[in-house]
Ligand binder design. Structure first.
Ligand code: GAP
Length: 500
């Protein structure tokens, strides 16, 4: 819905969530800057992204040697089909042209076949309308860099953070006392030279991924310690056979294992990911689904692949924000071959094997944009973000009722008290109290505190809930605990008597 997208973008750009990178020079498609609020929101997402207590975070370089991507298969397979208009020289993705114009999914088909579809259907350049298009050819999406004084070495900006976990596997396996399964998590930048960046954060050229690689013994793929905790949990499955009807079926994890013949460990992590979206990010259930990908649609390294899709009004449909991939031993085996370093480990039965990998891969920017879309609310008198309280970029705002009679001094003291207690706090005294409330509503701040004349007498303040606009009075020495409870989801009525 264009109108909603325009409204959200106007607020996000004006208030400091995000805006085009290098905007004063006109910007470049596919590159965005996070402003002060966007940075806080993104960090909140990254901090909440804590899918398994048994994982360890590592960090690696963004630039990696060419040989890494020879072994990983990215140099050969990480490509998109490109065509160019002979008249206006606009370059675009052939698969997207076909999808947009004919509603046909051409994932996995050859360049010649795409070419034929374009000619048979007389498709034209989306920019100038000419039907003179070049033959479809493959285009590798990695950014290549020449490194060294005379550029003697070729390196690539990583197109996924995952490779760094495979490269570090052996070191971390020994450092973590040779136990499987282990999870290596990376939150970091990935780079793809996308042919047509679009849909705000959905096709970026530089973006952040949060990826967890779980290394395990393939013989134990059906052994899950906490299986009983998810056995009856219902997953929202959007199966390939239901694409036309768009039907989502709710199936217990137990049924998914039995009826769809998926390994228990894989299904366990489907449940963990769904719980993260529904319980932590508070995404409404009907806006969430797990989409099955067919063999043709899966990436070259995946044996099983479901995407997390969220319904976004601004982009008019369900959109992919994460993927759960069973990569088998594809990556470690290829790195073993390429580097001549053994990736084998030994289990309790003294059997040697290369661990398999289950990957939980999240696009942080797509998730941040989804949060902004899903929690935007238009009311009669105000527009606001009703972010889950813990995700809000600014947690508490503090205002003096008026800028006189020592109210600002008292408000600043409360500001320091809450800041020292570890909250993300904002102080404002510019404008009427009503306007200050509205400004904080607009950026989704859940708790607002006002220091008024009674505060001077009683050493207390008012606490206003963004969503209901109701207020209670709280003693200042009890404020940090009260705010903590409130941010953890306690109702205002449980924390005090509503007076307004
Ligand atoms: N390591 C596996 C991997 O990279 P992917 O499906 O190519 O798999 C994973 O990417 C996630 O990264 C996607 O689900 C999406 O959220 C995000 N992502 C991928 N390409 C992106 C792009 N060009 N712009 C923004 N996010 C992207």
């Amino acid at each position: 819905m264009q109108r909603k997208l325009d409204k959200i973008m106007a607020i996000c750009e004006k208030r400091g969530f995000f805006f085009p990178s290098a905007e004063i020079y006109g910007g470049k498609a596919g590159f965005w800057t996070y402003g002060h609020l966007g940075t806080l929101l993104k960090r909140k997402f990254e901090n909440e992204w804590n899918l398994d207590e048994n994982f360890y975070e590592i960090e690696d370089c963004n630039l990696l040697p060419e040989q890494v991507f020879v072994s990983s298969g990215h140099l050969e397979h990480f490509r998109d089909p490109l065509t160019e208009c002979k008249k206006c020289h606009f370059r675009f993705r052939a698969d997207e042209l076909i999808e947009d114009e004919l509603n046909i999914n051409v994932e996995g088909i050859k360049a010649e076949a795409m070419d034929k579809i374009i000619r048979d259907n007389n498709l034209k350049c989306p920019k100038c309308g000419s039907r003179e298009l070049t033959k479809v050819r493959w285009f590798n999406m990695m950014f290549e860099l020449k490194v060294g004084a005379v550029g003697e070495e070729t390196m690539y900006l990583r197109p996924e953070t995952a490779q760094s976990a495979y490269l570090s596997f052996k070191r971390e396996f020994y450092a973590l006392r040779e136990k499987l399964p282990i999870g290596l998590a990376i939150i970091g930048k990935a780079y793809r030279n996308e042919i047509s960046p679009r849909q705000v954060f959905f096709r970026l050229r530089e973006f952040t991924q949060a990826e967890l690689q779980i290394f395990f013994d393939p013989k134990k793929i059906n052994e899950v310690e906490n299986w009983n905790k998810v056995r009856r949990y219902k997953l929202r499955m959007f199966l390939a056979k239901n694409r036309k009807s768009k039907k989502v079926v709710e199936m217990s994890c137990e049924d998914v294992v039995k009826k769809l013949n998926l390994p228990k460990m894989y299904v366990y992590y489907l449940a963990m990911v769904q719980r993260f979206y529904l319980n932590i990010l508070k995404i409404p259930k009907e806006k969430f689904r797990l989409k099955e990908l067919t063999e043709k649609e899966r990436a070259f390294y995946n044996k099983i692949h479901y995407d997390v899709e969220l319904f976004l009004e601004t982009l008019e449909g369900f959109k992919e924000v994460a993927g759960i991939h069973y990569r088998t031993d594809y990556d470690l085996r290829n790195h073993q071959e390429g580097s001549k370093e053994s990736m084998e480990v030994i289990n309790e039965k003294k059997e040697k094997f290369i661990p398999h990998v289950l990957e939980l891969s999240f696009g942080v920017d797509r998730n941040v944009f989804s949060i902004v879309d899903i929690f935007f609310k238009e009311e009669k008198e105000r527009n606001l973000f009703v972010f889950p309280r813990k995700l809000a970029p600014i947690e508490v705002a503090i205002f003096p009722l008026v800028r006189k009679d020592k109210l600002p001094q008292k408000a600043r003291k409360v500001f320091s008290l809450l800041k020292d207690s570890g909250f993300i706090v904002f102080y404002d005294e510019k404008g009427s109290i009503g306007r200050m409330y509205r400004r904080m509503d607009e950026i989704g701040c859940p708790a607002m505190i006002t220091i008024d004349y009674d505060s001077l007498k009683n050493d207390d303040c008012t606490l206003r809930d963004r969503d209901t606009m109701k207020q209670i009075r709280v003693k200042i020495d009890e404020l940090p605990q009260t705010i903590l409870k409130f941010l953890n989801g306690e109702k205002l009525t449980k924390l005090g008597k509503i007076f307004k």
